[in-house]
Design a protein. Structure first.
Length: 436
């Protein structure tokens, strides 16, 4: 086997690792868990690396690279169980990583070094540099796989109101980000395609400029994301305040009516109309039952969310039964996060049934907060192994991000979520340890 064959083998191997590293970089930055998709990404990297060798004879390096990532984007959109918005942004990030770090920095430095040193174009040197790129990218891949750095949190891609009335949409911010990365990648691609025609001094300038610009670009993009998330949190807080005020208004109204009810009951007892008194008391108890169920909760915001979902369920002819045995004063997570957990579980359960009952249980078992939401389910539509994947849903109008969002919150507090099935009842169980 001569050096040319060895060089081709190292080229395929290096391309595979570089492409895989760029994909891990892209998907990690859009907050997609890497472990479930690592194997398909590795397989796709090998496949497109082999294809690249076949098409490289008829295309320039730049257009060969563009073909690779366009092919990857098409395949990933159909093969991976990842939301399309995040897949598109992830592939644009992956292309930016390859163009910036590998092509315009590493290979550019290598070629400039060859030009300045007057070293002959020897296959051994290319193999040695390929090994350097290979080992460097393996190191980067391991770090990305272990640490999973995030630039765009998962919820940034979704415009939710508190109760899911506004579905996931390709919002203005994501559209803006999409075109920003298109423009950025277009500039990088043109620079890479024309690199050999630039003067040596300009090629050196590009190296420094790329490092500075990339760092600034990521910094300001991160600030944009944080600013957008802060606005979402402010909007949610305002929504919670309205719900809490409405919740208290109901309580104040019931307290105001209390004297009226007491006078009515006293009048009925005075004239010894005991059956009428019993009926009247039953009506009063039924009226205040919903609020009384929620009064044990320590945080009014949580009570207001559950009360709102009771109203939503009632509109569908569904009875939302609530059993609270813990007031949630010791929750390790934030009130907003607990509301997101309970709200997503209740929303999924209410959407899954057309009539009947949904049950919410909140307990404390050995210093572990346990939330259970139970509803009837058609077992033929349930695939337990797919429930926690992004996009999974049994409803055509729902994008299926609730359970992965809950799982993401619980991962920060050593919590777990899992399903239990008994007869035709599906129970989603959330367990959050209080002591961290």
């Amino acid at each position: 086997m001569d050096f040319n064959h060895i060089s081709v083998i190292f080229q395929i191997l290096t391309n595979t690792v570089v492409i895989c590293t760029s994909l891990l970089f892209g998907f990690s930055f859009v907050n997609i868990k890497l472990k479930p998709i690592f194997k398909p990404l590795s397989f796709l990297s090998i496949l497109v690396s082999l294809l690249a060798v076949l098409v490289s004879t008829g295309l320039s390096d730049a257009f060969s690279l563009l073909t690779i990532y366009f092919t990857l984007m098409v395949i990933c959109l159909f093969v991976l169980s990842v939301p399309r918005k995040q897949t598109i942004i992830a592939l644009l990030l992956a292309l930016a990583f390859n163009l910036t770090v590998i092509q315009l920095f590493a290979y550019n430095v290598f070629n400039i070094g060859l030009l300045l040193s007057d070293v002959p174009d020897d296959p051994v040197i290319h193999i040695s540099f390929a090994i350097f790129i290979l080992l460097t990218n393996i190191f980067i891949s391991i770090n990305i796989y272990v640490k999973e750095p995030v630039l765009f949190p998962n919820r940034w891609f979704y415009s939710h109101t508190q109760y899911g009335s506004q579905r996931n949409k390709f919002s203005f911010q994501v559209f803006f980000l999409f075109f920003i990365f298109i423009a950025f990648d277009s500039f990088l691609f043109y620079t890479f395609a024309e690199l050999h025609y630039f003067r040596l001094t300009y090629r050196i300038f590009i190296i420094g400029w790329m490092v500075i610009f990339s760092v600034m670009f990521l910094f300001f993009t991160k600030r944009l994301v944080l600013y957008h998330l802060e606005r979402i949190d402010i909007s949610i807080d305002k929504s919670y305040q309205k719900d809490i005020l409405a919740f208290y208004q109901v309580i104040r109204s019931q307290r105001h009516d209390f004297n009226i009810h007491m006078n009515a009951i006293y009048g009925l007892l005075k004239v010894r109309k005991f059956k009428e008194t019993e009926s009247y008391i039953e009506e009063v108890v039924e009226e205040v039952k919903d609020i009384n169920e929620l009064l044990p909760l320590f945080h009014p915001a949580i009570g207001s969310v559950i009360f709102t979902y009771k109203e939503i369920a009632l509109q569908k002819g569904i009875d939302l039964y609530v059993d609270i045995k813990d007031d949630l004063r010791k929750i390790p997570c934030g009130v907003y996060e607990m509301n997101k957990i309970i709200g997503n579980l209740l929303q999924n359960a209410i959407e899954a049934v057309d009539s009947g009952q949904v049950k919410l249980d909140i307990t404390n078992e050995s210093n572990v907060i346990v939330v259970r939401v139970t509803n009837k389910v058609d077992l033929t539509t349930i695939a337990l192994e797919e429930m926690f994947q992004h996009g999974f849903t049994t409803k055509g109008t729902h994008e299926g991000i609730g359970l992965p969002a809950i799982q993401h919150i619980l991962s920060k507090y050593n919590g777990v979520i899992y399903p239990e099935i008994e007869n035709e009842d599906l129970t989603m169980v959330v367990r959050i340890p209080i002591n961290q």
